[in-house]
Design a protein around this ligand. Structure first.
Ligand code: CAA
Length: 392
């Protein structure tokens, strides 16, 4: 690498309301172990009225920018597959809410759960061009399937903001990666639908195929193998998917069976936030990285972490980064762990009420009741215009 470029800071935010998957299992007449063990999920975040990808993303970005001169931010990349407008980038609302400079360009990116990784790659290239500039990547999504469908227990919501700069206090990212793309229909959401459509088991097979293909290109491009990585983070539609993926990757690399203690060491710490908040689509890989950095007791300084990004449809990218010495002083671990653990657990009836209320307003006018949505709130739609405000 010619320059040290990577993640300077990371902010993670998820909804303040969650449904226990035990309660969902009871309502659906399913053995709770199917969700807790079979899918590896414990709770799912449920956004209340007044919370969307803009407010989730703004809350994450506020955490990533707490000690950053906002005038240094050159570009805001907003990655989402739960976009709120066909024309205006959701990031424009963040531009005002976060008081970003008029010289900061804003753009929205989409390719299912992969788009934040494209944004990270673009950001690395822009910083390489001008190392004084910083790029803000915000990945924010609400995973929404039909009620009582197989996808329902894999819903969730969350956002991650990454500040990419030439002062990578958390992780130096290697721009050399392995990409795999192929046009398939495993998961999609037509413009006229609020819920995703998915061919569930096919999507898990395609995820694993894309992992093997992108890994092969990555190893060809970098000369690295399995043993060159100390930890592994995966796109996490549900945490069990990472277990399956890691076992498959090890087998591809000639390690079969992978001992349970190796599996736990390699991926265990990366799963916590996703297990508690559910799928956050574009943000989920980076929520996994936050979980790893926050929860791993071993000092990861100097260790290489493999990162697998998958977006249905599909594009996958395998890349990696090296954890920076002293990274712990740039984390906000206590605050994040408190945020995830100190949430309001709602019952099934409240979940369904939130779910139904979350339907977009087609009349062009709606006022939302006040729920806890962190430091920002989606107040209303007036004359088809979304109104957001900071919460004092
Ligand atoms: N105790 C323990 N485990 C149990 C159990 C019990 N009582 N009952 C079932 N299980 C296990 C099953 O054996 C299975 O494990 P294996 O895969 O190891 O066999 C697991 O629980 C799930 O059971 P099913 O396969 O029967 O579950 P399902 O068919 O109802 O749904 C799903 C699973 C297809 C993943 C579904 O949740 C879904 O469609 N989710 C959305 C799509 C998705 O997340 N795809 C992931 C890849 S695509 C991607 O990553 C992009 C993205 O973000 C969407």
């Amino acid at each position: 690498m010619s320059q040290w470029i990577g993640i300077e800071s990371l902010g993670f935010f998820t909804s303040r309301y969650a449904l226990s998957l035990r309660d969902l299992a009871q309502e659906r007449g399913v053995d709770p172990d199917k969700y807790l063990i079979g899918l590896g999920q414990e709770q799912m975040s449920v956004p209340p009225p007044g919370e969307d990808v803009v407010t989730l993303g703004a809350n994450a970005a506020q955490r990533a920018l707490h000690d950053t001169d906002r005038n240094s931010i050159d570009t805001l990349f907003f990655a989402t597959e739960s976009g709120v407008d066909q024309s205006k980038a959701a990031g424009m609302y963040l531009h005002r809410l976060l008081d970003l400079p008029a010289t900061c360009r804003v753009v929205e990116l989409k390719q299912a759960c992969y788009s934040a990784t494209a944004a990270v790659q673009f950001a690395l290239a822009l910083v390489a061009q001008n190392p004084r500039k910083k790029m803000l990547v915000v990945a924010s999504d609400i995973a929404r399937y039909g009620l009582d469908t197989p996808g329902e227990p894999t819903q969730g919501a969350g956002a991650v903001a990454l500040l990419i700069s030439a002062d990578p206090r958390l992780m130096v990212l290697d721009p050399v990666s392995g990409v795999y793309a192929s046009e398939i229909m495993d998961f999609w959401r037509p413009n006229y639908r609020d819920e995703a459509l998915v061919d569930g088991r096919y999507s898990t097979r395609m995820y694993l195929q894309a992992l093997c293909q992108s890994w092969t290109v990555y190893t060809q491009n970098t000369g690295r193998g399995f043993a060159d990585h100390d930890r592994f983070c995966y796109h996490l539609p549900f945490t069990r998917m990472a277990e399956k993926a890691h076992i498959r990757l090890a087998r591809e690399c000639g390690i079969d069976p992978l001992p349970r203690e190796s599996l736990d060491k390699h991926i265990g710490d990366s799963l916590f936030y996703n297990r508690m908040s559910g799928n956050s689509y574009s943000a989920s890989l980076y929520a996994g990285l936050a979980s790893l950095l926050d929860r791993c007791e071993e000092d990861l300084a100097g260790k290489r972490v493999g990162l697998f990004s998958y977006g249905s449809g599909c594009v996958a990218e395998y890349f990696s980064g090296i954890v920076t010495p002293g990274y712990r002083s740039s984390l906000r671990t206590t605050e994040r762990e408190f945020m995830v653990q100190d949430r309001t657990l709602i019952d099934y009836a409240q979940y369904e009420a939130f779910y139904k209320r979350a339907t977009p307003i087609h009349s062009g006018n709606a006022e939302f009741p006040v729920w806890n949505t962190g430091a920002y709130r989606w107040v209303a739609v007036r004359d088809h215009k979304r109104i957001y405000e900071s919460v004092p």
